[in-house]
Design a protein around this ligand. Sequence first.
Ligand code: NAD
Length: 448
Amino acid sequence: MALAVTGTTGEWRKKIEGRTARIGVIGMGYVGLPLMLLFSEAGFRVTGFDIDEKKVTTLNEGGSYIVRIPATEIQAAQRAGFRATSDFAAITEMDAVIVCVPTPLTDFHEPDLSYVQATAEAIAPHLRTGQLIVLESTTYPGTTEEELIPILEAKNPQGLHVARDTQAEGFYVAFSPEREDPGNDTVARRDIPKVVGGAGQVAQELAASLYGTIFNRTVPVSTPATAEMTKLLENIYRCVNIALVNELKQLCERMGIDIFEVIDAAKTKPFGFQAFYPGPGLGGHCIPIDPFYLSWKAKQFDFRTRFIELAGEVNTAMPYYVIERTADALNEHEKALKKAKVLVLGMSYKRDVDDLRESPSLTIIELLRQKGAIVSYNDPYFPYVGQGRHYHLDMHCAPLENLGEYDCVLIVTDHSDYDYERIVRESKLVVDTRNATKGIVSEKIVRC
Ligand SMILES: NC(=O)c1ccc[n+]([C@@H]2O[C@H](COP(=O)([O-])OP(=O)(O)OC[C@H]3O[C@@H](n4cnc5c(N)ncnc54)[C@H](O)[C@@H]3O)[C@@H](O)[C@H]2O)c1
């Protein structure tokens, strides 16, 4: 039931409807930047906050650093009042603040909430009554109530508290997970229903009305923890199903059955089956990481999430399986992996995206190097790959020429720009981890 449009709530909702509400998005990355654009296109004046000065400068100069977001879209947002800043004092001018900062794992595979905590500490001094703070970063159930709200309450100088009902004064808080699937253009962002869990009914109403301006449907849930868990269920569902097909791929290989043909046949069933595809291992900022947020939290409840652990075990082993199969394929060509010249095709964690995070290519290259292979890579999205949180490569993109000089071309990411017919024709040996060469008949291809 909608709340009466009175007091703070009424004023706030009028600002949303009249598009006069000021919206701040914290974290101008893969999630925050497109979100800023949606609000800007809907007629709001948006401020983007980021601690990365290079991003702030690029945006304020009308540029973009994400391939699928053209600079013209940033410039259109600027004309509609968008600006980027690293100065959190501007938070006080905002009516709604949406937090889209990273939630990675530590080296010990535990949740690293330092970005969320640092953001909460940066917001707190500038909080004011009636503001709505929404966390979008993926995290374990309880983060909004146990981490975000306590910091905001403890660190704001005015002693403001979260307002959980219409009578209370203070600020409002909600959790709303980001459900975007980068590189998937089959569903428009507006058409992905937006799950919203408010800390109290007013926060729920405010957040739903805010998101209702850019999403066709909002899905209210009873608490922030329910919304946090919803996102994890979705990603764990994917992680477990990918592990299942990765395991069956290995069995099918031994049995001489093509797993991709099996999946194509199985998915003709009109109910009860959803197709997931095997690959060289998980990548991206979500599926390899998010399930472990829940495993960690479960321990507090003396509970072991066995499906998550097993799926993690199977998926983490996939790059090792790829190395084994590559060595076998080279062996068939009377060539050892040691000193073999291997070209890895595709660095990003999935097709047609410019995102390297947790990409299986990184592990595969490191494993190949450990075995003494001479490794090159090609990826239209990455002219150079240097150092990241868990890798140090220092490699430049090799041209897609003279493929016959490599002992093996290893397809790790199936970018759609590649001409696979040509790649097979010009290579001595192609190991394909993605079924990118489907339909091409050649003895040079080893699918794994
Ligand atoms: N990328 C995806 O496809 C995707 C999809 C769904 C959910 N998510 C979740 O969304 C969140 C953000 O992911 P992302 O892919 O946009 O990350 P990202 O690394 O692309 O962007 C995060 C941005 O936050 C900035 N930042 C870090 N600390 C900050 C601070 N204290 N104050 C201000 N800015 C700060 C970084 O400089 C960076 O620009 C994560 O929790 C992720 O799990 C991501």
